[in-house]
Design a protein around this ligand. Structure first.
Ligand code: GAL
Length: 331
């Protein structure tokens, strides 16, 4: 009965609030998604940091009115994962390593260091040809920033391009990074001050957009093939420990769907009072209009070592119970 009522209310909200860019409380994968000011959310290649009861969504800010010489990371906060409040540009960075025109800052992720009390932002830093291949680190005393640039480096001495973020149930924090010369990617634990990493595992699979989740004793790692901005069938493998052994990679969705036009960026675990839901967070890139790239978030169907990405349709989550509900109308 309660579920029916919830579905009814959801349909009414959907019907009545699609006008004028209002926040609907419904995730519509691939549609434009707006913040509390009615502006398009700018958090591409993003990640979510949960801190003191609040979700913070960080990502590439590709706003059209940005200073073209700088690169930006925007921050949004939410308690319910559906309504997002803009909390400012966390980073507005001038070319920190003299990388030249077209330099790149991508896939920013923020880690909370409980022992130092600092917030540490990692991102992929590169030149226009993607040959610099490093991570950059910036630090702040406040989660929303502003973040101050500290340094760039090659994790484990390796070339690093796409990065991903993972925080395990015991609080330990990991950087995932793709490393082309090795034909694979690394899962690397952050050192105590989060200023460096140490090797946890190397997976000999040339995948990027790396993301990880730990669910009921199994680790699931997800990645996309290297086709630039173009979508491809994203894949996953599982292991009983981060150090492996990892299974073969399998597709998340039928290969022909090419992941519904999306590329992985993060797996968000919402451990609710009733159920645990894992949200597949991905980007649908619009390379000629990156500011209008879309977000593709869908709850995953998971269990017994399997992970399935269902076709997109509008949905909603109760972030307290973890329960998801799909719009009855389908769209
Ligand atoms: C993708 C990568 C993006 C961006 C893009 C540039 O493969 O995941 O973050 O770097 O290539 O072509």
């Amino acid at each position: 009965m309660r579920r029916k009522l919830f579905a009814l209310v959801l349909s009414c909200v959907l019907a009545s609030s699609l006008a004028a860019g209002a926040q609907t409380g419904v995730v519509r994968p691939g549609d434009q998604w707006r913040d509390n000011h009615g502006r398009l959310i700018q958090a591409h290649g993003g990640g979510i940091t949960f801190w003191k009861g609040m979700y913070y969504w960080f990502g590439e800010d590709r706003s059209r009115d940005n200073d073209p010489a700088k690169r930006y990371v925007a921050c949004y906060s939410s308690r319910d994962l559906m309504h997002w409040r803009f909390c400012g540009k966390s980073l507005a960075l001038s070319d920190p390593e003299h990388l030249g025109p077209g330099w790149v800052l991508e896939r920013p992720k923020v880690f909370v260091n409980a022992s130092t009390g600092k917030f540490v932002l990692y991102a992929h830093l590169d030149d226009a040809h993607y040959s610099f291949a490093r991570v950059m680190v910036a630090v702040s005393n406040r989660i929303q920033g502003p973040y101050k640039y500290v340094k760039s480096y090659r994790p484990l001495g390796e070339e690093s391009r796409d990065i991903g973020q993972f925080v395990d149930d015991d609080g330990s924090a990991y950087l995932i990074f793709e490393s082309r010369p090795t034909h694979g990617f690394f899962i690397a634990r952050l050192t105590g001050d989060f200023m460096n990493v140490e090797k946890t595992c190397f997976l000999p699979a040339p995948l990027e957009g790396g993301a990880l989740v730990h669910l009921r004793g199994t680790y699931y790692v997800v990645g996309s093939h290297m086709t630039g901005w173009k979508p491809n069938p994203n894949v996953y493998a599982t292991a009983p420990a981060l150090t492996g052994p990892w299974t073969e990679f399998r597709t998340l969705a039928p290969a022909a769907a090419r992941n519904y036009g999306s590329q992985s960026t993060m797996l968000l675990k919402v451990a609710g009072s009733k159920v645990t839901t894992v949200i597949f967070m991905a980007d649908q890139w619009h390379p000629d209009a990156l500011w209008d790239s879309r977000y593709f978030w869908m709850p995953l169907e998971m269990g017994a070592g399997n992970m399935h990405l269902p076709p997109p349709r509008p949905w909603s989550i109760d972030a307290t119970t973890g329960e998801t509900i799909f719009s009855a109308a389908g769209r």
